[in-house]
Design a protein around this ligand. Structure first.
Ligand SMILES: [Fe+2]
Length: 407
């Protein structure tokens, strides 16, 4: 990882440098750095040494749990801090992140409401609660909050609230409206870290894809924005790989060079089984680009990891069957792909790091597998459910698909 989230990290480093005897700045730097796999032993030691207040002591516990990988306990610490000090947006945001990975949207909403009540002048608090509500399906309130956040900072914008608004409108089938809005926000993203920058462009490109805009526009967004920020960063890799996969499913030629370029950055075996959603996408890219040995190696690692993990039950109902299905799909074994997909609990994909929008991509792979098998009644049933979730029946791609199956 180079360059991404640099500004936040630089600010935290600066805070520790100026005030190294401060517990809070050390915990915050540790909270942040550990998310990106960095060693934080110095930070926790210093934080503990200078912890005086009750809140500082809970913050040290929180960082400790993060270091030990105890996500549920880390979330508990966040909840206990936000209950008593709801003005702390940093801890509320961290709690949101842990709750997302644990599939506990109700806790995200609760934290968001507490934080907003104590920070009603901050557009960030509105955006935070809006995303938690969106992932919980509370779209009306989520939209209202996004628009309030955006009204509070119309000049500089709020890339997170803009992103959440794209989620909401896309899932309501308000695609034209969403694409138009996102096109007016793009200049707000230039100062963003690489995740927010590529992720917002990725959402915008998906909207354009559903509107069937031209291939050239889609590929230039890929070249200039999705795959042009920090290619070594796993989140950028997720955006790029998933975008190529979706172009592939929509039968849009993106050129072998683009796929090879992505594969040359995602083939680092040290990064296998770190960000689980990315492994599923890697498998597709390896298969598609003819790197079969690498795909097999990754699949074996996924199998071992799922078997030995403390989250084995979850992984065996999401990560592992989906991985097997993607490999079978890539090998044109559609029957096997479908039977592995049938073992997948798509509702729990959030717990392997995929938002609703991201997990729907794998449902598209399943739909494609059914189509290749000629299982039209099953395909139709699934498409009906799928478009029910996304309300995309009026988009050109899906209306044509429904029409062709209905004949
Ligand atoms: Fe998103």
């Amino acid at each position: 990882m180079q360059g991404c989230f640099k500004k936040t990290e630089e600010l935290l480093d600066e805070a520790v440098l100026i005030d190294s005897d401060n517990c809070v700045s050390n915990v915050m730097a540790g909270n942040f750095k550990i998310l990106f796999g960095k060693t934080v032993s110095d930070y926790i030691q210093r934080a503990k040494r200078f912890a005086v207040t009750e809140k500082e002591k809970i913050m040290c516990d929180l960082l400790n749990y993060q270091i030990e990988g105890k996500l549920a306990a880390a979330l508990e610490s966040c909840v206990s801090i936000v209950n008593r000090w709801p003005e702390d947006l940093w801890i509320a945001k961290l709690g949101n992140l842990f709750a997302f990975y644990l599939g506990k949207n109700e806790i995200s909403v609760r934290l968001g409401r507490l934080a907003l009540a104590a920070n009603s002048e901050s557009h960030l608090a509105y955006g935070m609660l809006a995303f938690a509500l969106e992932e919980s399906g509370e779209l009306e309130e989520a939209e209202e909050l996004c628009r309030t956040a955006l009204g509070m900072c119309s000049e500089k914008g709020d890339p997170w609230a803009e992103h959440t608004l794209a989620h909401i409108l896309h899932s309501q089938g308000r695609i034209q409206e969403a694409a138009k809005l996102m096109s007016t926000f793009t200049h707000h993203w230039t100062e963003c870290n690489s995740f927010m920058y590529t992720h917002n462009w990725w959402h915008y490109a998906l909207l354009l894809l559903d509107l069937e805009c031209g291939k050239d526009e889609l590929l230039s967004i890929f070249d200039d924005h999705i795959w042009n920020k920090d290619r070594t960063f796993i989140q950028d890799q997720i955006m790029a790989t998933s975008f190529l996969l979706i172009l592939d499913l929509r039968k849009i030629d993106y050129g072998q060079d683009r796929l090879d370029s992505v594969v040359s950055y995602i083939n680092n075996e040290n990064e296998f089984c770190v960000e689980l959603q990315s492994d599923l996408l890697r498998l597709w890219a390896f298969q598609k680009s003819g790197n079969i040995d690498l795909a097999n190696k990754l699949l074996q690692r996924i199998d071992d990891y799922s078997t030995n993990s403390t989250r084995s039950t979850l992984l065996k109902s999401t990560y592992m069957p989906c991985a097997k299905a993607v490999v079978e799909f890539g090998s044109s074994n559609y029957r096997e792909a479908v039977s592995n997909f049938e073992k997948c609990d798509f509702n729990r994909f959030q717990q392997i790091g995929a938002s609703k929008e991201q997990s729907l991509l794998f449902i598209e792979v399943l739909i494609e597998s059914l189509e290749r098998l000629g299982q039209h009644s099953e395909e139709k049933k699934l498409i009906t459910e799928y478009i029910g979730m996304k309300r995309i029946e009026n988009t050109p791609f899906w209306s044509e698909k429904i029409r062709s199956i209905s004949i």
